[in-house]
Write a protein that binds this ligand. Structure first.
Ligand code: F6P
Length: 328
């Protein structure tokens, strides 16, 4: 596609916030300034685009944000942007500000919105993968995933201390919507007895057998990681079923929940967000539209948004094999 001349870029964060989003915004805005572009912050994601919550950014807006979790532009899941009327209003607001390109930082729903908007109104746009879930193709890791895994592991380590002290079995539920990436990573990293993910079905009987064989090996406490969104049910439901088979075991359930979304981004996420922020602006200037900038094998790769969101990113079979060997 022939590159259009771009003078004003709008940046927004949308969907569930993820650590590193601020670092991504900062990189996008700094890169824009480097190329003498005007930069606009669109607050509360697509909702702010519809409500005209759009402000010109200067360098003060992006001072000391890189190291902070959350997103200073705020985020939302916009129902209005799902409607034709909402998107029309959003387009009119962008035109009134003279914004001629967009950078959207978010997960699959947010990038789907960016794609639809580009199809309808042709405003050059580029997506950045911002979600703790790591469920986007076209990048090895999404912005926020590494931090969320570290947060989960830190919390599970603490649960391990009390589990060991009381010889208890803990079921720890982690986020990921319908993907098991956080569960696998946190499970291997915290020496979990078993990892249950939505991508695989684990019969309760085989989980119970595994826990029994670990008791025989004198492992008196155990941690089972359960990814939310699995067909076998929530951590509580699975714990209740297991309790029937192992009535002697003192079983507890912990749901890590939204604490996985907060906190300062790790160095990995800061670097990823910074590199992808630069790639987003440079990509737009080179005429790369309707794509997501991601990082594969340490190299920036631009993937059509339709591919990034439609292809189901498979969990790594090698990770599963490693998890299985290490938990026997
Ligand atoms: O997509 C990120 C995520 O944190 C998922 O892991 C989780 O299922 C969902 O968002 C929770 O969304 P909300 O904060 O709207 O409850």
């Amino acid at each position: 596609m022939e590159a259009k001349t771009i003078k004003k870029i709008g940046v927004l964060t949308s969907g569930g916030d993820a650590p590193g989003m601020n670092a991504a915004i900062r990189a996008v805005v700094r890169t824009g300034f480097y190329y003498n572009l005007e930069m606009y912050g669109i607050y509360r994601g697509y909702e702010g685009m519809i409500q005209n919550d759009i402000k010109k950014l200067d360098s003060k807006n992006i001072t000391h944000v890189l190291e902070r979790g959350g997103t200073f532009l705020k985020s939302a899941r916009s129902e209005g942007f799902r409607t034709e009327g909402g998107r029309k209003k959003a387009y009119e607001n962008l035109k009134n500000h003279g914004i001629d390109a967009l950078v959207v930082v978010g997960g699959d729903g947010s990038l789907t919105g960016a794609h639809l908007f580009y199809q309808e109104y042709g405003i050059p746009s580029i997506g950045l993968p911002g979600t703790i879930d790591n469920d986007l193709s076209g990048t090895d890791s999404t912005i926020g995933f590494d931090t969320a895994c570290n947060t989960a592991i830190e919390a599970i380590d603490k649960i391990r201390d009390t589990a060991t002290s009381h010889d208890r079995l803990f079921f720890v539920e982690v986020m990921g919507r319908d993907a098991g990436f956080i569960a696998i990573n946190a499970g291997i990293g915290s020496a979990a007895a078993a990892i249950l993910i939505p991508e695989n079905k684990t019969p309760i009987e085989s989980l119970v057998e595994k826990l029994k064989s670990r008791s025989k090996a004198m492992k008196t406490s155990n941690i089972v990681i359960v990814a939310e969104g699995g067909k076998s049910g929530s951590a509580q439901e699975i714990a209740d079923k297991v309790q029937k088979f192992l009535p002697y075991y003192d079983i507890k359930v912990t749901i890590l929940g939204h604490l996985q979304r907060g906190g300062a981004p790790t160095s990995f996420d800061r670097l990823l967000a910074s590199k992808l922020g630069v790639a987003a602006v440079e990509g737009l200037m080179q005429g790369k539209y309707d794509v997501m900038a991601g990082m594969i094998n340490h190299k920036v790769v631009y993937t059509p948004i339709v591919k990034a969101i439609v292809d189901d990113k498979a969990v790594d079979e090698e990770d599963l094999r490693v998890a299985n060997i290490l938990s026997t």
